[in-house]
Write a protein that binds this ligand. Structure first.
Ligand code: NAP
Length: 252
């Protein structure tokens, strides 16, 4: 069984909720971070507790540094941190280059990129052997959009996930002597609320049948990969970026 605390940013819904539940099942005490949907976060915590696990819901916007500090302080109260899942992320309405405003880009990059970097900083302070910690793992949520580029729809989102790929490689190297492994997953189209939040509630239904596996992925399928990368079974994997995309990024 895993020990210590796992923080899942954006753990209230979708991939984060599935990861929080899988993390608790694996033995972690889980911080279920959320931005605004308290009921969803509480439901994840209730599910975990009903299964005999330990979890706490913590509100906080990863686009706000003070909130990030508060999330990590809440984790400190649960026990020693051993895993950070940098999962919280957003899309915006589908649009072309002409729709990209400075305000849109600032919000996208602040939440998807800056939030992940600052969360990694706080995690490294706690887990890093150079700081007296015992090491640990960070798993970042990228996307196959980082490879495909999101033309005509999500250029900004894809660019933010390209940054996450680069961050994963750089952090893996920088934190290697700290005993912290840093990996990422690149999901393809996964059946979660994120598509509705970008104004395309039917995206999974529309695109699913045309995907190589003739269906979208599930949040649980991504969570399985995340949990493995965070676990000691992945002890020789760092800087690894795993596609969980049903071949979307390599087909045809
Ligand atoms: P989702 O269903 O939209 O859930 C988003 C989660 O993140 C919610 O728990 C939400 O909290 C939280 N969140 C949003 N903004 C936040 C912020 N500023 N601070 C803290 N938490 C925040 O998303 P998902 O589909 O599970 O996606 C999770 C990750 O996987 C994202 O990084 C996404 O880019 C990536 N991904 C998803 C797909 C896909 O097809 N679904 C594909 C590739 C990559 P509330 O409940 O409080 O709103």
């Amino acid at each position: 069984m895993a020990d210590g605390v796992m923080i899942v940013t954006g753990g209230s819904r979708g991939i984060g909720a599935a990861t929080a539940k899988a993390g608790a099942k694996a033995g972690y005490a889980v911080v279920v971070n959320y931005a605004s949907n308290e009921a969803a976060a509480n439901a994840v915590v209730a599910d975990i507790e009903a299964a005999g696990g330990k979890a706490v819901a913590v509100k906080g916007d990863v686009g706000v540094e003070a909130d990030i500090l508060a999330i990590f302080e809440a984790a400190d109260r649960l026990g020693p941190l051993t895993a950070l899942i940098n999962n919280a992320g957003i899309v915006d309405e589908a649009g072309t280059l002409a729709d990209m405003t400075a305000a849109r880009l600032e919000r996208m990059f602040r939440i998807n990129i800056t939030g992940s970097i600052l969360c990694a900083r706080e995690a490294a302070k706690r887990m890093g052997k150079c700081h007296g910690g015992k090491g640990g793992a960070i798993v970042n949520l990228s996307s196959v959009a980082a490879k495909l580029g999101g033309p005509g729809q999500y250029l900004d989102y894809a660019a933010s996930k390209g940054a996450i790929d680069t961050l994963t490689v750089g952090l893996a190297k920088e934190l290697i002597d700290d005993g912290i492994r840093v990996c990422a997953v690149r999901p393809g189209i996964i059946d979660t609320d994120i598509h509705a939040s970008g104004g395309q509630p039917d995206r999974v239904a529309q695109l699913g049948p045309g995907l190589p596996m003739k269906r979208a992925g599930t949040a649980q399928e991504v969570a399985g990969a995340i949990l493995w990368l965070a676990s000691d079974e992945a002890s020789y994997s760092t800087g690894a970026i795993l596609d969980v995309s049903g071949a979307r990024s390599i087909w045809p």
